[in-house]
Design a protein around this ligand. Structure first.
Ligand code: HEC
Ligand code: HEC
Length: 384
């Protein structure tokens, strides 16, 4: 199931890359408030009143929840982003009714809590199953991912024990706490048509500023947070420079802060240990906490290797109109940089993309020009 939905979304990015048509004009961001979907797009009927980044995240959830790609609901003949406003397919019209149905169920039966989502019924298929599966009852249990909220579990090591072990494993609290900036270079390979290696630059400054640039064949993809706001300027997108809001903004700040392992306690509140989980065929220790404040509060789960003490995975969830959007980082290849072990490889996964980063050089505590964390300019297509 997991595989089919990722494949579907790979199809989606193929379609997007094929769209070389017009790009929405009039999408210049006003300073204070994030732009709402209905201000940017032409035919928004049910997903009104949400910021445009959350609207695009919703399209990722639709695709993943149903195991289909953008062009199943939009149309393969769409020549430009403007064509996405057309109601050419029955599926798109049905999806609108489904948003209303889902919101109605949550409102009427669950006091408005978002407990039923597209995924609750669809589970990666366009037609939800109606009958329990005998094979599933008697066969091997399917390997399911941990759900978003992790309950506190008894009889597990405390959060302090797990975090202290991690600090000691990577160089000790003092050395780790002394890192205030990281500058790194390497390569990153994406998914599907983006799977070639492209050069990658990273700049991180404490407490929570971060800029990463992936130099793709279609132009630079630049993600920035200055600790208060966050943006992505990427090629072939309906919005040239998209501002993040809500949970995705909190998530960008968490990504930046957790580049400094000593900042976990300052960054995450409500930390508690959950039951062990399986990662890479190994039982690992899990802690979960929250960042930000309601309604933009996000859950952040950290997975540690019980033998080495190292951080293996970070997964965060941002709330959205039709479900939570997960983002996951899997870290490996820890190497020594001035007495502190930092991961030289990681894979970042989200609902409509994946990047595998391999660093070749990492420097700590070097000065970074403050302008690195300014709002990025739109991506420029390279001359061919
Ligand atoms: C399950 C069907 C479905 C899938 C899959 C889907 N969409 Fe949509 N899309 C919709 C619906 C429904 C709307 C209109 C929402 C509304 O009326 O509030 C929409 C609207 C849009 C719009 C706004 C167009 C405008 O100007 O009004 C864009 C852009 C868009 N989708 C992009 C995408 C992309 C990119 C993907 C793939 C990642 C995608 N969609 C996948 C159903 C879908
Ligand atoms: C309460 C369960 C439930 C929820 C929640 C739900 N759906 Fe559905 N959906 C169904 C069922 C059942 C069908 C099949 C109806 C049929 O076969 O006639 C369906 C059909 C569809 C179809 C038509 C598929 C096709 O190929 O014709 C689309 C598109 C769709 N849902 C999108 C969504 C989206 C998007 C969401 C979240 C906003 C969602 N659904 C939430 C139960 C649900």
């Amino acid at each position: 199931m997991k595989r089919s939905s990722t494949l579907a979304i790979r199809g989606a990015s193929v379609a997007i890359v094929g769209l070389l048509g017009s790009i929405y004009l009039g999408a210049q961001a006003p300073a204070a408030k994030p732009q709402m979907a209905e201000e940017v797009f032409k035919n928004v009927q049910v997903l009104k009143g949400i910021p445009v980044d959350e609207f695009m995240g919703t399209m990722g959830i639709f695709s993943a929840a149903l195991g289909i790609s953008c062009e199943n609901c939009h149309s393969l003949s769409d020549k430009s982003w403007a064509d996405y406003a057309l109601d050419t397919t029955q599926k798109k019209k049905t999806a609108r009714r489904m948003v209303v149905l889902m919101q109605g169920i949550n409102k009427q039966y669950f006091g408005g809590r978002q407990v039923v989502t597209c995924f609750s019924c669809h589970r990666g298929g366009d037609h939800p199953k109606t009958t329990p599966d005998l094979g599933a009852i008697y066969g091997a249990p399917p390997e399911e991912e941990l759900d978003d909220a992790v309950e506190a579990a008894k009889g597990q090591p405390s959060v302090d024990e797990i975090l202290n072990k991690y600090m000691n494993a990577i160089g000790g609290a003092q050395k780790v706490g002394a890192i205030t900036s990281i500058v790194a270079k390497g390569t990153s390979s994406g998914y599907g048509p983006e799977s070639g290696q492209r050069s990658f630059d990273l700049y991180v400054k404490a407490p929570n500023m971060r800029t990463q640039i992936i130099h793709t064949d279609n132009g630079d993809s630049t993600s920035v947070t200055d600790g208060k706001m966050a943006w992505i300027a990427a090629p072939l997108r309906p919005i040239a420079v998209m501002e993040y809001s809500g949970g995705e903004l909190e998530g960008a700040k968490v990504d930046a802060a957790l580049a400094f392992p000593a900042r976990i306690r300052q960054t995450l509140a409500n930390l508690h240990t959950g039951s062990p989980q399986i990662v890479n065929d190994m039982r690992v220790q899990v802690i979960q906490g929250t960042a930000g404040t309601a309604p933009n509060q996000i859950m952040v789960t950290l997975y540690f290797d019980p033998e080495t003490g190292l951080l293996l995975r970070m997964r965060r969830y941002a709330a959205g109109a039709v479900g939570r959007t997960p983002t996951q980082y899997d870290y490996s290849d820890y190497r020594d940089v001035n007495g502190v072990k930092l991961p030289f490889k990681w894979t970042e996964m989200w609902l409509d993309g994946r990047e595998s980063v391999e660093l070749s050089s990492v420097q700590t505590n070097v000065a970074i020009d403050a302008a690195r964390f300014n709002k990025p300019a739109p991506s420029v297509a390279p001359k061919k």
